[in-house]
Design a protein around this ligand. Structure first.
Ligand code: NOJ
Length: 484
């Protein structure tokens, strides 16, 4: 690509990002020709319950691990919590109206388990069910596909007190919860996601400790991975039992793993990390087996494997959800990291092709989305893929004209969408894209410091929603089915 074209392409248009990155693949990403998408492609946005709802103590909702974690001093930036968040618990009608205005076709939201079963077990809380019934009906009336996720990290605290994800009983609790939701909504909701980012909530929740419930126990993490994989399959069966025609998948956070150096040891470490974060969950679900990683003679004990688990794990997902943001930098770690045989050290949000950083400090690597899709397709084959999340923290404040010129976000979206389209040309069957996020929200341990929304939310002044430039840009993409 000629420099003239790079300058036209948007990265250079006031984005503050370097255009002379190390990679030639960047140049492919900044292609200036408009790219059309297939006619039936679905354009969506994504959010999650704890990040937007607020109403933490309303409607009979019980406490979740995120209430506990965020209220524990020192766990989140500025001590921020999701108590109020975007107040979507009360403002959902406005949020639907906003989406309708933007032409959004699919809304990926999550259901708060503790609104439905305040202690994680027992009968459903009618007020909780009503909230989601109204939300779903409102979406259908607006012509937007409701696309719920059953579990986006807000485990009822009572289940954590009983052992949390490392405890096998949690998988059975998930069966009951999924059945309740299916009975309430599977006549109207045709596409369901079970777990969001099972890798992140098990790893960051039980091993790294940076997220709720904040445990730092690698062996508990391993057990949690197995229980969550079983829970995923249990929920699949529970949903299908109520309505066999619903489409069920899960949203996996997948990322390219780059060796930190050219050494054979780091290359081998990156391959091991890829197995752990990209294959450990999806492969278990699709095949009933784990990639070869743990010592074979200890795997059963380390996972709490029981006879028959292969059949318990395996389900034919109707689609696979993929969340893509950045990559991992991986080193060999001969002294180990607590997981037998894994022996890696990995740093999140890095790419050797980085063309700049998001405001969160995450490396931006547009060709990475094409690379990871092709990598995952080696496992998923012809199963349809939905991009369940992709987006950027761009904290550009409102300008003096009252508008929010988030040029970096537009450039990010343009380049990633073009790379996504290239992946589709390569034969990856992607049928939908959900932008993270509809609006700024509670970014977990980072509190409200990172703004991922195409809609700005003024948390200090009445929760005012203001669409950013990127929202209008995205609305035009949807309208024309073309990325300019
Ligand atoms: C992944 C998570 O699913 C979502 O909750 C989070 O806000 C975004 N990525 C951005 O970090």
């Amino acid at each position: 690509m000629k420099r003239r074209d790079i300058l036209k392409s948007g990265w250079a248009l006031g984005t503050g990002l370097a255009v002379s990155g190390p990679s030639t693949m960047l140049r492919a990403a900044t292609d200036s020709a408009p790219v059309a998408f297939p006619q039936n492609f679905q354009w969506g946005v994504a959010t999650a319950a704890y990040q937007i709802e607020g109403g933490a103590r309303e409607g009979g909702r019980g406490p979740s691990i995120w209430d506990t974690f965020s209220h524990t001093p020192g766990k989140t930036r500025n001590g921020d919590t999701g108590d109020v968040a975007d107040d979507s618990f009360h403002r959902w009608r406005d949020d639907i109206a906003l989406m309708k205005q933007l032409g959004i076709e699919s809304y990926r939201f999550s259901i708060a388990w503790p609104r439905i079963q305040p202690s994680g077990r027992g009968p459903a809380n009618p007020a909780g069910l009503d909230y989601y019934k109204r939300l779903v009906d409102g979406l259908l009336d607006a012509g937007i596909r409701p696309f719920p996720t059953l579990y986006h990290w807000d485990l009822p605290q009572a289940l954590e007190d009983a052992g949390g994800w490392p405890n096998r009983d949690t998988a059975d609790r998930m069966t009951d919860y999924a059945q309740i939701m299916a009975e309430a909504l599977a006549d109207r909701v045709t596409a369901w996601s079970v777990l969001n980012e099972v890798k992140t909530f098990t790893q960051a929740g039980y091993w790294d400790g940076g997220m709720a419930p904040g445990r730092k126990d690698p062996l508990a993490f391993l057990k949690a991975t197995h229980v969550a994989n079983i829970a995923n399959a249990n929920a699949f069966h529970a949903l299908k039992a109520v309505n066999p025609i619903v489409q069920v998948g899960s949203a996996y956070d997948c990322a390219n793993c780059f060796p930190a150096t050219d050494s054979d040891a780091d290359k081998a470490a990156a391959a091991r990390w890829d197995k752990m974060i990209n294959l450990w969950y999806l492969q278990a679900t699709l095949t009933g087996t784990y990639p070869e990683l743990l010592p074979a003679d200890r795997q059963a004990e380390l996972l709490g494997w029981q006879p028959g688990d292969e059949a318990r794990l395996k389900v034919p997902l109707d689609f696979v959800g993929i969340n893509y943001y950045s990559g991992w930098r991986v080193w060999d770690e001969p002294k180990g990291n607590g997981i037998p045989n894994l022996n890696t050290r990995a740093e999140w949000a890095w790419s050797p092709r980085s063309i700049g950083k998001s405001d969160f400090g995450w490396d931006i690597d547009p060709p990475g989305i094409r690379q990871i899709l092709k990598r995952m397709q080696q496992l998923t084959g012809s199963i349809p893929i939905e991009i369940t999340e992709n987006g950027i923290a761009d904290n550009t404040p409102p300008g003096s004209d009252g508008r929010i010129h988030d040029a970096k976000r537009i450039a990010y979206l343009r380049t990633h969408l073009k790379e996504l389209r290239h992946a589709m040309d390569d034969g990856v069957p992607v049928r939908a894209y959900h932008l993270w996020s509809l609006m700024d929200n509670f970014e977990w341990a980072a509190g409200y410091s990172q703004r991922f929304g195409i809609v700005h939310v003024d948390f200090d002044h009445g929760q005012k929603r203001t669409p950013r430039d990127s929202a209008f840009w995205y609305a035009n993409v949807i309208k024309t089915n073309t990325v300019p």
